[in-house]
Design a protein around this ligand. Structure first.
Ligand code: HEM
Length: 207
C-alpha cells in the first residue's frame, strides 16, 4: 500500500477521535462540570487499550509520515492549496508531538487527571497564556484546514467553486470553534478556578 494511502487511512481514526475530543472541549461552554461529565463518558471508549494503543500508534505514524511528505515535496510544491496543506500539516505534527507527550507525562509522571484544568492551567499562570493561546488556536484551525485541503484534492471532478468552499468552510468553522475553546480555557466566557496542583506544574518550571 502507498504511504499516502496509509496516511489517509490513519487520519480516519485520528479525525474520529478529534471530533469527539473537540466536542468535549466545546462542552466546556456549558461549564467545567459539563466538560468533565462528557469526558468521563468519552474516556470509556478511547481510554480502552484496544482503542488507545492504535490511536497513539496512528498519531506517531501520522507525525512521521506527514513530516516526510512536507520535506520530500519541499522543492516541487506548487500552488496555494499544496502549501496550505503542508503548513497546516507541519503545525499539526508539531502540536501532536508536544500535546500527546504533555498529556502522557501529566498522566503518568505528574499523576494528574488530564481534564479541563490540565489544559486550562497554562492560561492561568502568567505569562504562559501567550504561548497557549496561539498554540491551541492554531492547532484546531490547522486540523480543520488540513482536512479541508484533503477534501479539495478528493473533489477533482467538481467545479472550482465547490472545491474552494471545501477548504474555506472548514477553515471558518475551525476558526470559530478554536476561538470558543481558547476563550473558555482562558476563563473569558465563564469564571474558571484552576486547582493549585495544576498551576504548580508551571510554578515548578519557573522556580
Ligand atoms: C484546544 C484544543 C485541545 C485541547 C485543549 C486538548 C486537550 C487535551 C486533554 C486535556 C487531553 C487528555 C484527555 C484525557 O485525559 O482523557 C488530550 C488528549 C489528547 N489529545 Fe487533545 N486537545 C486539543 C486538541 C487536540 C487536537 C486538535 C488533536 C488531534 C488532532 C488532539 C489529540 C489528542 C490525543 C491523541 C490525545 C491523547 C488521547 C489519550 O490517549 O488519552 N488534541 N487533549
Amino acid at each position: 500500500m502507498k504511504l499516502r494511502t496509509l496516511h489517509g487511512t490513519s487520519a480516519i481514526l485520528i479525525a474520529a477521535f478529534a471530533c469527539l475530543h473537540v466536542a468535549n472541549h466545546l462542552a466546556a461552554l456549558a461549564g467545567v462540570s459539563s466538560h468533565i461529565a462528557f469526558m468521563e463518558v468519552a474516556r470509556k471508549s478511547y481510554r480502552q487499550p484496544i482503542v488507545e494503543f492504535p490511536l497513539l500508534l496512528c498519531v506517531a505514524f501520522q507525525v512521521a509520515s506527514g513530516l516526510w511528505f512536507v520535506i520530500r515535496g519541499w522543492k516541487q510544491r506548487q500552488g496555494g492549496v499544496a502549501w496550505l496543506q503542508a503548513i497546516s500539516g507541519a503545525l499539526l505534527a508539531f502540536f501532536l508531538l508536544v500535546h500527546v507527550g504533555a498529556v502522557l507525562y501529566g498522566r503518568t509522571v505528574l499523576n494528574l487527571d488530564t481534564n479541563f484544568y490540565f489544559a486550562a492551567a497554562g492560561f492561568h499562570v502568567p505569562p504562559n497564556k501567550f504561548f497557549f493561546g496561539p498554540y491551541y488556536f492554531l492547532a484546531v484551525l490547522a486540523l480543520f484546514t488540513h482536512l479541508g485541503c484533503a477534501a479539495y484534492w478528493h473533489l477533482q471532478a467538481s467545479p472550482p467553486r465547490t472545491r474552494v468552499v471545501a477548504i474555506a468552510l472548514p477553515m471558518l468553522v475551525g476558526g470559530a470553534v478554536s476561538l470558543l475553546i481558547v476563550l473558555s480555557l482562558a476563563g473569558k466566557l465563564r469564571p474558571v478556578e484552576v486547582p493549585a496542583k495544576y498551576k504548580a506544574t508551571y510554578a515548578r518550571q519557573e522556580g
